[in-house]
Design a protein around this ligand. Structure first.
Ligand code: CA
Ligand code: CA
Ligand code: CA
Ligand code: CA
Length: 466
């Protein structure tokens, strides 16, 4: 049994840089809204809704008004309300007032065009460049016009759950698969409560040679927010699949987690049976694993993944943060998973992202560096992926938001997109999801040495294609 060294956001040599979590105090700037019709004429469409009074001679009234304005007015259809849609042959100003002023007209209104309100009102949404920016974003807003992930459960195999106003409403029951009480911090082995008890460690070397003391990461809380933070609630951030359900399956505690626990969690999440554990009441159609460790895919991992895929679950995994070929990491190198590399805001392969033929697609992972890190072109916190967080340094504190970077952040973009696809077309198979993700990805906007898969996932194109 191999033990993954740690969560990808803090794995490997780049641990110090990757653990740099810059707290973003989000300015409450308003989210953009769809543009309104130009107000130069009564309507931009030339269509009015007119309610005539009982007994009115509609034809005569429209002929008379048309003559006065030098246009023709035709009745297009009647409404359930008893009003009629009237179309003018040309743009007019003053026709609406003239209609309203008539004794035989009860009311007249422009037939105002409506638009899908796909731009979330969450105050920090404008900072979530990774959803909407033309260069490095995943083109999510257009996808939200037709897909929100309704009916799809996404399992988050990670550090577990913390209470959060941007997550709670989208959360279903999960499970805690950490079998060793020393790393679980809840005083027992596996149990039904996937609460994240914190993964801090107080001394260097406590989690193996070269490990550093660190505060709790609340990694599962961050990953979950990218997948399905509650959107349009006027709070915090938006998620990629705002109506999907999150299922926290706790597998990472202090010093990471074990392959054996993670393998059982994969099977359980997909609806398979695990000895001694009650069946999952809401099996996941998508499993996100923003975790990994050294070594090619083990028999244990592959057999658990194969079983999950047979159960119909799409398994999305991070490529890893070691700036190395992903073939040497698990579960990134396993078969039948969607392995996701990370790009920065300009669409270049992020400095930490693994690469190679094992990578299927790429997604935004961002870059966050501290002021004390070596100078670079991308040093500001807004280049990271903003999501839900907890403010506790050890045990859980209050809910908050933070920008992180890593392939841990890129995978949940793809897991969320898979949920959008499955919400729209529930019969898609895991291989169908993977093929559509690849076929509709767009070319890497920047540079990628070593291989970034089929390209940067495009939510609008992919959802449109299914
Ligand atoms: Ca426990
Ligand atoms: Ca527990
Ligand atoms: Ca929100
Ligand atoms: Ca694959």
């Amino acid at each position: 049994m191999t033990r993954p060294r740690s969560v990808l956001a803090v794995a490997g040599a780049a641990a110090a840089a990757l653990a740099a979590t810059t707290a973003l105090t989000a300015p409450a700037s308003a989210a953009p809204v769809p543009s309104e019709a130009a107000p130069s004429a009564d309507t931009t469409t030339g269509e009015y809704i007119v309610k005539f009074r009982a007994g009115a001679d509609r034809g005569a009234a429209l002929r008379q008004l048309g003559g006065r304005f030098g246009i023709s007015l035709t009745e297009v259809r009647s409404l359930a309300t008893g009003a009629h849609v009237v179309k003018a042959s040309g743009r007019t100003t003053g026709l609406l007032r003239a209609l309203t002023a008539r004794g035989d007209v009860e009311y007249a209104e422009p037939d105002t065009p409506m638009y899908a309100l796909s731009t979330p009102n969450d105050p920090s949404y404008p900072q979530q460049w990774h959803y909407f920016e033309a260069t490095g974003g995943i083109n999510a807003p257009t996808a939200w016009d037709t897909a929100t992930g309704t009916g799809v459960v996404v399992a988050v195999l990670d550090t577990g759950r913390t209470a959060h106003p941007d997550l709670d409403a989208n959360t279903v029951a999960g499970y805690d698969f950490i079998s060793t009480s020393t790393n679980s911090r809840d005083g027992n082995g596996r149990d039904a409560n996937p609460q994240d008890e914190g993964d801090w460690n107080t001394t260097d070397g406590e989690c193996g040679i070269g490990s550093k003391a660190k505060n709790s990461s609340w990694h599962g809380t961050h990953v979950a927010g990218t997948i399905a933070a509650v959107s349009n609630n006027g709070v915090g951030v938006a998620g990629v699949a705002p109506n999907a359900r999150l299922q926290h399956v706790r597998v990472l505690g202090k010093c990471g987690g074990s392959t054996s626990d993670i393998a059982d969690a994969i099977v359980w999440a997909s609806g398979g049976s695990v000895r001694g554990i009650p069946a999952n009441p809401t099996p996941a159609k998508v499993i996100n694993m923003s975790l990994g460790g050294s070594g090619a895919c083990s028999r244990t991992y592959q057999s658990a993944i194969t079983s999950a895929v047979r159960n119909g679950a799409t398994v999305v995994v991070s490529a890893g943060n070691s700036n190395a070929d992903a073939s040497g990491f698990s579960p990134a190198s396993c078969a039948n998973v969607v392995t996701v590399g990370a790009l920065d805001r300009e669409g270049n392969r992020a400095f930490y992202s693994n690469y190679g033929t094992a990578v299927d697609v790429s997604a935004p992972g961002g870059e966050v560096r501290r002021e004390t890190d070596p100078p670079g072109t991308k040093t500001t916190p807004e280049n990271g992926v903003l999501s839900t967080m907890n403010a506790g340094t050890t045990t859980p504190g209050s809910a908050s938001y933070t920008a992180y970077m890593g392939t841990s952040m890129s995978a949940p973009h793809v897991a969320g997109l898979a949920a959008l696809m499955l919400g729209k077309r529930p019969t898609l198979t895991p291989s169908g999801v993977e093929s559509a993700l690849k076929a509709n990805a767009r070319p890497i906007p920047g540079t990628c040495s070593g291989g970034c898969g089929a390209g940067l996932v495009d939510a609008a194109a992919t959802v449109g294609a299914v």
